[in-house]
Design a protein around this ligand. Structure first.
Ligand SMILES: *Cc1c(COP(=O)(O)O)cnc(C)c1O
Length: 354
């Protein structure tokens, strides 16, 4: 730390992203990226947009919002585009939380929530998951602040039904409820159809996972126009050009053939069924995943050891040190070829331990 760093950030512990190795030596199953690349049309749209890089990007993302609104069956004024969904989540902490309106979220959930709370100096309370890592919705009734729920949750991969989230919405009419749907396209129920019924609902989604665009940084907030207006006030006070023109063009092109993205999600769900079975046969215990990753533990190998052993053998998965989940690892669902390699290395590791 330099002697100039503001004292307000002295205790700030930044979010730690999964490793992004510079070379291609790893089978990379550690950051929940999509294993299938975007279509050539997306690349071409980016190239075309690059000719206009001398101009500022469209602050309103008009074309993109129009295309997405059609896709989500909402109106463009119910939509705000951001630099990844991390940015809309940060905006939500800025717009809807303060020292009188704390944040509430699960004890085991997306690791960025406590960091956003800290940098915005928002107090927060964590709500423990049950022993089986599921959310007890009654724990979220009648809160005195803003609620954040990742659905499906990360890193547990477990989803609530939309009607369960609706029970939470009904019992928090004076609070904003943010539903982070980063993984919703892999089989869970979306709460987007509820935004007109509940003016306290903000849904966030991303192009990073189900649309193969993690590197482009494109996310969104979906909610009633007044919530969106508040979030726009925050956006125009921090970075009006938050979505660059290459990313916006990539987003429009990606939506032109959203069927391709949909098919990839189905493929990943299929791989999930198939390799979930194989890992269970090898002795793994895992949650019922409705996302593009497994959350799994093996009774014979400590979580960290498995992570390190696999890394030595060229397969990267994600391990978290938090006490409650230190036996587990989060494993991104890749292509069947990548998953074969994973299974093969795990078999070898188990064999070596005999
Ligand atoms: C990946 C992820 C996000 C955000 O990803 P972006 O790339 O910033 O859109 C948000 N929430 C959860 C739970 C995630 O796993």
């Amino acid at each position: 730390m330099s002697r100039f760093f503001s004292e307000k950030y002295i205790d700030l512990e930044p979010y730690v992203p999964g490793e992004q190795p510079r070379n291609q030596q790893y089978v990379k199953l550690n950051t929940n990226e999509n294993p299938y690349p975007p279509l050539p049309e997306v690349t071409k749209a980016v190239e075309e947009a690059s000719r206009k890089l001398y101009l500022y990007s469209d602050t309103e993302c008009v074309d993109l919002r129009k295309a997405l609104a059609r896709r989500l069956e909402i109106s463009p004024d119910e939509l705000l585009m951001t630099n990844g969904s991390d940015e809309i989540l940060n905006f939500a902490f800025m717009a809807f939380c303060d020292k009188h309106t704390p944040a509430y979220f699960a004890d085991i959930t997306y690791g960025f929530y406590p960091v956003f709370a800290a940098i915005n100096r928002v107090p927060y309370e964590t709500i423990p998951l049950r022993d089986d890592l599921t959310i007890n919705i009654a724990d979220y009734y009648h809160k005195a602040g803003t609620i954040f729920i990742a659905n499906p949750n990360a890193p547990t991969a477990i989803a609530l039904r939309a009607r369960e989230i609706e029970e939470i919405l009904k019992r928090n009419p004076y609070n904003v409820v943010i539903v982070d749907e980063a993984y919703v396209d892999f089989g869970a129920e979306s709460c987007v159809p509820l935004i007109r019924k509940y003016d306290n609902l903000l849904v966030t989604q991303t192009f990073s996972k189900s649309r193969s665009m993690a590197g482009a940084r494109l996310g969104m907030g979906i909610g009633n126009p007044e919530l969106i207006r508040d979030l726009n006030t925050v956006k125009y006070s921090t970075n009006p050009y938050n979505v660059n023109s290459l990313t916006a063009a990539a987003g429009v092109a990606s939506l032109k053939n959203d069927e391709y993205n949909r098919e990839n999600s189905l493929k990943i769900m299929d791989t999930r069924d198939q390799y979930g079975r194989k890992l269970r046969e090898l002795g793994f215990e895992m949650t019922e995943s409705q996302a593009n990753f497994f959350f799994a533990r093996h009774p014979e190998i400590p979580g960290e050891e498995l992570y390190l052993e696999l890394k030595k053998r060229g397969v990267l998965i994600r391990h978290f040190n938090a006490e409650r989940i230190k036996d587990y690892n989060r494993i991104t669902i890749g292509t069947p070829e990548q998953m074969d390699r994973l299974v093969e290395e795990i078999k070898a590791i188990l064999e070596d331990r005999k």
